[in-house]
Design a protein around this ligand. Structure first.
Ligand SMILES: Cc1ncc(COP(=O)(O)O)c(C=O)c1O
Length: 352
């Protein structure tokens, strides 16, 4: 069964009978400002995409790694991995995953027949992990924002190697975290894979590009599995420029951090601590938990009625807000505030 993700504005707009252009779409963790599209020569549109050494060099430098595979989004790697790992270790049966986190990981392992074990905020106890198993860590986690240090992850890396297992670290949102958290520079053993997304931090999810950071052998396996023309030529050119533009990276990080702080303050102000229990997240999204868990679904629907589309978590107990630009904060505040006329008189509210 297909999983539900953010970014389904057309469908939600139809459901609530409000034209798409009237919506504030905060349903994803994609940056609201994007890397400016550089000039793309006509030949790039005309020719089949080829292996692009400039893009590979830019990616290796940006991710601080020796080997990288370019894909049309890290989703392609998530989907293909279980079968490829089975070929390497046919005795592997168990996979450990975050209970709250991007559900495509669990879906891929479940489909391949693995037994799934879920952990909460903390990683599973070291002495409880089966031989030959797989440990998936989303760092930082989407939607919980939970962040592990490199030191902790490397302890698990050593463990997974001892257990003849595999460590998978999904760093889709790592660009907005300090460099010393990423383990991209530590993947030269055959038991570690790191996934990186391009679209989120660079605000260009539509071009579909992502990376596998791993040792040479794993990169070769994936290159062969994915085959030629994974990533279209224009997307490669855009990424090649974007990954090299360090001045833009700094500006984007600074801007996202400022916007996140403003938005976090606004959400507290609009809902109040009578309603919100906690806000966690990263500079690319904010996840709200509520004093009454049932508030999440109610507020989700009420925000939709105001043409504000956020992401109701799969467990329906939290709301994740993407970060928006300064000019849209008013709409967000008014929508949030109007459904909570006074924090103390929260609910009864009519629902559709
Ligand atoms: C944690 C996480 N990993 C991976 C992905 C897949 O992203 P992409 O295929 O664009 O790299 C997503 C998408 O939302 C995500 O949230």
């Amino acid at each position: 069964m297909a999983l539900i993700h953010g970014g389904q504005l057309q469908q939600i707009a139809n459901q609530y009978k409000i034209p798409t252009e009237q919506w504030l779409d905060l349903s994803t963790g994609i940056a609201p400002t994007s890397y400016p599209i550089p000039h793309i020569p006509l030949s790039i549109w005309q020719n089949l995409p080829q292996s692009n050494s400039e893009l590979l060099a830019a990616a290796k430098h940006y991710y601080q790694c020796e080997h990288v595979t370019v894909t049309n989004g890290s989703q392609a790697i998530i989907k293909a991995l279980p079968q490829l790992w089975q070929l390497k270790n046919s005795t592997s049966q168990h996979v450990y995953l975050p209970k709250y986190g991007y559900k495509e990981h669990a879906q891929a392992w479940r489909k391949a027949g693995y037994e799934l074990h879920f952990y909460l905020d903390e990683l599973p106890p070291i002495d409880a992990i089966y031989l030959n198993s797989v440990l998936v860590i989303i760092n930082p986690n989407n939607p919980t924002g939970k962040l592990f240090t490199r030191k902790i992850i490397m302890q698990y890396q050593a463990l997974m190697q001892e257990l003849n297992g595999l460590l998978v670290v999904d760093e889709a949102f790592m660009d907005v975290i300090t460099d010393d958290h990423s383990i991209c520079s530590q993947v030269e053993n055959s038991n570690t894979l790191v996934f990186r997304s391009f679209g989120k931090f660079f605000g260009l999810a539509g071009i579909r590009i992502g990376f596998l950071v791993a040792n040479k052998n794993w990169c070769n396996i994936f290159n062969e599995h994915l085959g030629p023309w994974q990533v279209n030529g224009p997307a490669q050119v855009v990424a090649q420029h974007a990954l090299k533009d360090t001045a833009w990276h700094q500006q984007q990080k600074q801007q996202l951090n400022t916007l996140r702080k403003k938005q976090e303050a606004l959400l507290w102000q609009a809902f109040g601590s009578e309603v919100i229990a906690e806000i966690r997240g990263t500079d690319l999204f904010l996840t709200l938990s509520f004093n009454d868990a049932e508030s999440a679904e109610k507020i989700y629907k009420l925000l939709c009625q105001q043409a504000v589309y956020v992401r109701l978590t799969d467990e329906k107990d939290k709301l994740r807000f993407g970060i928006t630009t300064k000019d849209k904060l008013n709409k967000l505040f008014n929508a949030c505030h109007s459904i909570i006329p006074s924090p103390l008189s929260f609910f009864p509210l009519s629902e559709s």
